[in-house]
Design a protein around this ligand. Sequence first.
Ligand code: 9MR
Length: 326
Amino acid sequence: MSCRQNTTTGCEEGELWKLADFTVSTALNAYQVFPGSPPLFDRHFNGLTTENDLKFENIHPGPGFYDFTGADRLIRAAYERNIRIHGHPLVWHQQLPEWVGQSHDLREVMIDHIQTLVNRYRGQVHAWDVVNEALDERGGLRKTVWLENIGEDYLYLAYKTAQDADPGALLFYNDFNLASNPRKLDAAISICRNLRNRGIRISGIGMQMHISIAGPYRMELQEAVDKIWRAGFMVHFSELDVSVNPWVTKTTITEKDLREQQDTYYDVVRIYRSIPPQYQYGITLWGLTDADSWLPAYFNRVDAGLLFNTSGQPKPAYCGFQNALK
Ligand code: 9MR
């Protein structure tokens, strides 16, 4: 094992996926694996989530028209290298092309979309985020184009269609704020229980984990993961990043922020490891380096939520993650 001694972070850089006893993944896009995948990815990760290439507007931009260019490239590259592939997302209310809202039969559109994607990547995509972010902050169903046109049964219909298209794939429900909002968490668990009672083999819940150095509290996170696995579902930390500037109060990031971020990563991984192994699906970072992160542009703020800085060097956060694997 080649090791980079890192004086800033005070830890020796290993290879995360070899040190962890769960799959360590990151969100990745086709443009990042062409012509070869980034060395940082190869070194540390043994799983990936499709960040944007499988989203509706990219892969299904017109009625009856699919563009698989990016998705095929990404999935082929990963599959050939034995990387576990997590398909994200089949049904979501964002990144939808306009034509979807104008269609007369949303049920048919949704079914065709799910069947086409799941069939095409059957045997390659290990697991799917079938429905993403179906809940609002009060724990009710979010009023999306899917809910309003198909009705509450769109959830069952989505999972049933995915399950029939690839009976071997794992199926997940994915959402945010599940640690900080117990009402939302209970609603997510109840969605999964209902599906299970209706014959869907739903494997687990993705807690997105777009968190920050300010929260959620460790105890809240611990209680949330315990609730999920005790209900019989696997836990996926599915989109992990730790903001150092959640309230947009800073224009620069300090050493102290980075140390707090290190502690947060350490605790998050320790809490993850407290889950019984059969309920651990894995941890997925939402991007490879701070240069790839959605945070600064999306919130228009200075931020650095990931394990590697914009030059791909390990940050203190990296050591927080790595040290928690010991
Ligand atoms: O990281 C994604 C970013 O590149 C896109 O512009 C954005 C569009 O909404 O989606 C980001 O990923 C989201 C994920 O698909 C679902 N959960 C929230 C993530 C951050 O917005």
